[in-house]
Design a protein around this ligand. Sequence first.
Ligand code: MRU
Length: 340
Amino acid sequence: MKINVDGNDRRFKAVWFENNDVRLIDQRKLPEELEIINAKDSDEVAAMIRDMAIRGAPAIGIIAAYGLAMAKIKGEDMDKAVKKIGGTRPTAYDLFKAIEYMKSNNFELSAATRYSNEISGRCKKIGEYGNQLISDGSKILTHCNAGALAVVDWGTALAPMRVAHDEGKNIFVFVDETRPRLQGAKLTAWELLQEGIDHAIISDNAAGFYMKRGEIDLAIVGADRIASNGDFANKIGTYEKAVVAKTNNIPFYVAAPGSTFDFSIKTGDEIPIEERSEEEVLIINGKNLGPKGSPAKNPAFDVTPHEYVTAFITEYGIFRPEELHRMQNLIEKDLFMRSA
Ligand code: MRU
């Protein structure tokens, strides 16, 4: 991804391997500071995933792959390393896909590099297919951050917007702020600003207002896990946006690589939903929002039923929910996906 550092455009990945350590952009510090941090063992990798120094389903898979390769190089007990890293974020299917990939490739560093390059190349294809759905002048809603930070480059939901912008299409992106952790306001807005893509941050409650006024042409979001029937988990609040989009006849697209599709489950009811600390809801900038003593609830994801999805944008093409069996056939024939 393009990042402007001291007036110069430079290219960064969200996570990479260097000098026997895993290196990553600390997403907790954005947008104020661009800080690169190191993880030196599987404990540190697991802590960084859990604490969301890196987040977004594909990026979680990629750091897991590098983390396991590093653990092998440093002579760690691999069963323990797999358990630690695999126990961090239960909803993101890419995490488990990446672990399986690394297991079947003997935890080699070359496999982790291949995994990262494959996923990022596939997201570029998502961008090319998704661009076909975007017209000059399109106004697009997105939720959370499904950009390059959430993959390693390109992004999923943001990839079509990047390609459309690079082609010279004029687009405008409505960025849901995405409480409680504000991935939209902090990360998506920052990525769009780096790319020079026109956008505005809106409060999570405002999307329906703009949809009803006819100011949003389409919505594109990412996913953390997609079931065989097309039900999908994504950042909490996605379900509401999808329902309001359908009510207003606005197409609702889900962009994700094959590594996010869990064909072992039939419906979204089988997707485990991560519950995070109540402090994420209660405390902003170190200050308690409500009266001390009021508890909070904090499900990190919700499941949107497939009837609200217009289509999935994938590296294999664009599929309506009822066409996902075709995509499953393609995945079964795909050597990379098969080895995970
Ligand atoms: O809790 P997060 O920030 O990891 O949640 C991220 C999302 O919900 C993204 O939309 C999803 O992982 C897709 S990222 C390409």
